[in-house]
Design a protein around this ligand. Structure first.
Ligand code: PLP
Length: 502
C-alpha cells in the first residue's frame, strides 16, 4: 500500500510522535477508513526510511488508544469504532450523530421532552431567587445564626477529624444514618416530645424537605389524594404535587386542623395527611389534644398515614407542651419528621424520619437511591454535639432570645395597629401571622415596603385558593429588636399612607 507521509527529521518533535499524529489525522479525516488494513511496521519503515522501532512505537500508541486494532496473523486495521467519535461527538460525524440527524424534528423533540416531574418544575417557579436581600427580612424563617455556638461546633469538628478515622471518608454500609446520632435523637425525642421510638426506626435525612420527598416517593402514587392544611407549607405541597398527588386543603381554625372536614363523605379516601400540629405553618395554631386524638382515631379507622412535620416545636413560650402526635399514636399511623434547620442552622441539612419499624428498611433503601446517605462527618459532629449537652443548652438559650423578640414583635404590632389586627401563632416558633381587619395587603403593599428595605410575605402563597388574604407572616427569629421595630413601623407607615390616599 502506497501511503505517503511527510516526516521532518529536523523537527523538535520526535519521529514516532510525528508519525502518530499523521496516522491519527488520516484516520480521523477518513483518509484511512474504519476496518482498513494499515501497512505492516516493516513495510512502513521501509517506505518512509525510518527505523522499524519508530513505527512500532507510533502503532503501539494508536493501538492503546483504540485507533488501531491488530489480529494475530492477519495484520493491523483501523478500528471500526473510533475513540474520538465517542469523545467529540459534536465535531466528528459519529454513528450516533448520523442516526440522530436522520430522525425527524418531531421525533427529536419527543426525545428531549421533559418528564411530568420536569414539566411541573418548568412551569412553576415558586422560589423567587434573584432579589437582593432587603436590610430587614421578615420573609424567611431563619434562626439567629449569629447566636450559633460556632466555636464549640468547630472544636468538636476538630476532635472528630483528629481521630483520623479513614472510615469517615468512605460511604457507610448503612444508608439509614450514623447509629450514635440515631440513638441520641431517640433519647432526645423521648425526653422532649414524648415520642418513644428506637434508633432502628430513625432514618437520617438532609432536612425535612428530603423527609417529605422520601415519604412521597415511598407512599404516594400518581392520582392519590393527599390532605394538607389550608393554609399550609409550600415545601410539602410542591413535593406531593410534583409526584402527581391530588391535594385537598383542610381548613385550620383556632384549634388547628378541622378534623371533621377530613370525614366529609364527598371527599375521596386519603393516602396521607400532612400536618404541622405543634405550630401550624403558617398560622402558628397548636392542634389541641382532643383534635389530636380525633385525628389519630380517624387515621386508625381509615388506614391513612399522618405525616407529622415537627419543625420548630422546641421553641414554645406559653401553655403546656402538647405531646407530639407520634407520642400519642397507638396504631403506627404516624410518620414523624424532625429537623435541625431551626434549632441549629438550615445549611446543616440534617433532619430525620421516625417510621414504623416495618417501614424502616424501605425508607433506608429510598434514602440510598436518593443520595446514598447524609454527610457522615456532619452526623458525627452532631452526635457529639448532642451527647455533650450542647443542643439542649443552645435550645434553652435560643428560647430566651426568641421569647424576648416575640415580645418585641407583639408590643410593636399592638402599638402600631392596636385592635385592627389579630396576631396568631405567637406562643411558639419564630414567626407570627398578622391578620389585618381593615387594611388590604396586596402586592403594592409588599412592593412599597420592600422599597424601604423591608422584605415581607403575603400569605396568599400558602393557600390553594387564590383569594385575597389580608395577612402577613413575620419571621422574627434572626432580627434584632431595632430591626423588628423598624420593619413593623415601616409597614404601618405604608398602610397608613395608603389608607389616607385610598
Ligand atoms: C413547615 C416547615 N417544615 C420544615 C421546614 C424546614 O425545612 P428543612 O428541614 O428542609 O430545612 C420549614 C422551614 O421553614 C417549615 O416551615
Amino acid at each position: 500500500m502506497d501511503f505517503p507521509i511527510l516526516l521532518d527529521s529536523q523537527s523538535d518533535t520526535s519521529l514516532h510522535r510525528q508519525l502518530y499524529d499523521e496516522l491519527r489525522k488520516s484516520i480521523l479525516s477518513g483518509r484511512l477508513n474504519p476496518g482498513q488494513r494499515v501497512p505492516s511496521t516493516r513495510a512502513l519503515s521501509d517506505s518512509l526510511g525510518i527505523s522499524r522501532a519508530t513505527v512500532t512505537m507510533a502503532y503501539d500508541f494508536l493501538l492503546s488508544e483504540g485507533y488501531l486494532q491488530s489480529t494475530i496473523g492477519s495484520g493491523t486495521y483501523v478500528c471500526r469504532q473510533l475513540p474520538d467519535t465517542l469523545l467529540r461527538p459534536a465535531t466528528a460525524k459519529s454513528t450516533a450523530k448520523k442516526q440522530l440527524e436522520s430522525l425527524t424534528a418531531s421525533k427529536k423533540a419527543q426525545l428531549k421532552k421533559l418528564s411530568k416531574y420536569g414539566s411541573y418544575l418548568k412551569e412553576r417557579n415558586w422560589l423567587g431567587y434573584g432579589d437582593q436581600e432587603p436590610d430587614i427580612q421578615f420573609s424567611f424563617g431563619r434562626p439567629d445564626l449569629s447566636a450559633f455556638p460556632m466555636r464549640q461546633w468547630m472544636q468538636i469538628a476538630n476532635q472528630v477529624a483528629k481521630k483520623q478515622d479513614l472510615r469517615l471518608l468512605d460511604c457507610p454500609s448503612k444508608s439509614q444514618g450514623y447509629l450514635p446520632l440515631r440513638q441520641s435523637i431517640a433519647a432526645h425525642l423521648a425526653k422532649s416530645r414524648a415520642v418513644n421510638c428506637t434508633a432502628d426506626q430513625i432514618i437520617i435525612v438532609n432536612g425535612s424537605q428530603q423527609a417529605i420527598d422520601l415519604v412521597t416517593r415511598v407512599l404516594v402514587e400518581r392520582g392519590d389524594s393527599v390532605a394538607i392544611e389550608e393554609p399550609g407549607y409550600i415545601g410539602a405541597k410542591k413535593a406531593f404535587e410534583v409526584q402527581g398527588a391530588q391535594l385537598i386543603g383542610i381548613p385550620v381554625d383556632e384549634s388547628g386542623l378541622v378534623v371533621d372536614r377530613l370525614k366529609m363523605p364527598q371527599l375521596p379516601n386519603f393516602k396521607l395527611a400532612y400536618v404541622t400540629p405543634s405550630h401550624q405553618f403558617p398560622t402558628g395554631v397548636v392542634l389541641t389534644l382532643p383534635r389530636r386524638l380525633e385525628l389519630l382515631a380517624w387515621a386508625q379507622q381509615t388506614g391513612t398515614f399522618i405525616i407529622e412535620d415537627d419543625y420548630d416545636s422546641e421553641f414554645r413560650y406559653e401553655g403546656r407542651p402538647v405531646p407530639a402526635l407520634a407520642g400519642l399514636d397507638q396504631s403506627e399511623s404516624v410518620i414523624y419528621i424532625g429537623t435541625f434547620s431551626k434549632v441549629l442552622f438550615p445549611a446543616l441539612r440534617l433532619g430525620y424520619l421516625v417510621v414504623p419499624q416495618a417501614f424502616a428498611e424501605v425508607f433506608a433503601r429510598a434514602k440510598w437511591l436518593a443520595d446514598r446517605h447524609s454527610s457522615l462527618m456532619d452526623q458525627m459532629i452532631l452526635a457529639e454535639f448532642i451527647k455533650g449537652g450542647h443542643l439542649e443548652r443552645h435550645i434553652r438559650r435560643m428560647r430566651m432570645l426568641y421569647e424576648h423578640r416575640r415580645k418585641t414583635v407583639i408590643s410593636v404590632l399592638q402599638e402600631e395597629f392596636a385592635d385592627t389586627i389579630e396576631i396568631l401563632g405567637d406562643n411558639a416558633g419564630i414567626n407570627v401571622l398578622v391578620r389585618f381587619k381593615k387594611h388590604v395587603i396586596d402586592d403594592s403593599v409588599t412592593t412599597q415596603v420592600r422599597s424601604y428595605g423591608v422584605g415581607l410575605s403575603k400569605t396568599s402563597q400558602f393557600y390553594l385558593t387564590d383569594l385575597p388574604r389580608n395577612e402577613v407572616l413575620l419571621n422574627y427569629g434572626s432580627l434584632t429588636d431595632e430591626e423588628i421595630a423598624k420593619g413593623v413601623k415601616t409597614l404601618a407607615a405604608v398602610l397608613k399612607s395608603k389608607a389616607g390616599t385610598g
